[in-house]
Design a protein around this ligand. Structure first.
Ligand code: VGL
Ligand code: ZN
Length: 220
């Protein structure tokens, strides 16, 4: 299947989760490790989040959550300025991000080792597989945590959609985000944008196995 062959029908329900990666103050303009236009993902992500909430689909937020002496910090010989230190202002989610009360929050890189993917160092894949088949992934940064999370999710045999209009990259080297997207797609991720989900009809499935799911169909 080529990248153009998106399925006509996208189903959103209990088996499809949205994963919002690291939309934290430190990764937004003015923060300690700002992603250019990082804050621009917020309004778009909020629209996705509302759609998933309306469908009763699981909503997961990841956060970079480092100790003060994290190995990725320059002071420890790593590549980055200190960022997303546990319990600091910069580690908080962007204030405009909608966080529904029943959302799951997953902290990562809590110990000294760097972990760009939220599957790293957790048994999350195993837990999620009990219920979830498909992950819709967006957030920050396209060329680090989003990329590693998507690639790990594909390795763990999830179906993965990249929210192409709701992610931004650090771009240490110009073109890094584009390259990251190409790699994710090459490994099997499908790109999707809000218009494919928004304005769609949410209907309750009539058959028993999917009874608790809502289906979102594109109006063609
Ligand atoms: C990230 C650099 C360092 C990310 C986290 O969330 O993409 N990037 N730590
Ligand atoms: Zn980090």
């Amino acid at each position: 299947m080529g990248p153009e062959s998106l399925p006509m029908t996208i189903t959103i329900g209990k088996m499809t989760a949205i994963v919002v990666v690291d939309v934290q103050i430190d990764f937004c303009p003015g923060g300690a490790l700002p992603v250019p236009e990082g804050d621009k993902v917020v309004p778009t992500l909020n629209e996705y989040i509302k759609q998933f909430a309306a469908a009763g689909a699981p909503i997961i937020f990841t956060r970079d959550w480092h100790p003060t002496d994290h190995s990725s910090f320059k002071s420890q010989g790593g590549p980055w300025p200190p960022h997303c230190v546990q319990n600091t202002e910069g580690a908080k989610f962007h204030p405009s991000l909608i966080i529904p009360p029943d959302a799951q929050i997953v902290s990562k890189a809590e110990h000294r080792d760097e972990a760009y993917s939220f599957f790293q160092g957790t048994n999350l894949a195993e837990k999620l597989h009990k219920q979830i088949k498909t992950l819709f992934v967006g957030g920050l940064a396209t060329d680090y945590c989003v990329k590693e999370t998507v690639l790990d999710a594909l390795k763990e045999n999830f179906e993965v959609y990249l929210l192409e209009d709701a992610c931004r990259g650090v771009e240490v080297n110009p073109g890094d985000s584009e390259m990251a997207i190409r790699m994710m797609v090459a490994k099997g991720a499908k790109r999707i944008t809000l218009d494919k989900i928004q304005g769609a009809q949410i209907i309750t499935a009539p058959t028993r196995p999917t009874r608790t799911s809502s289906h979102v169909r594109n109006r063609k």
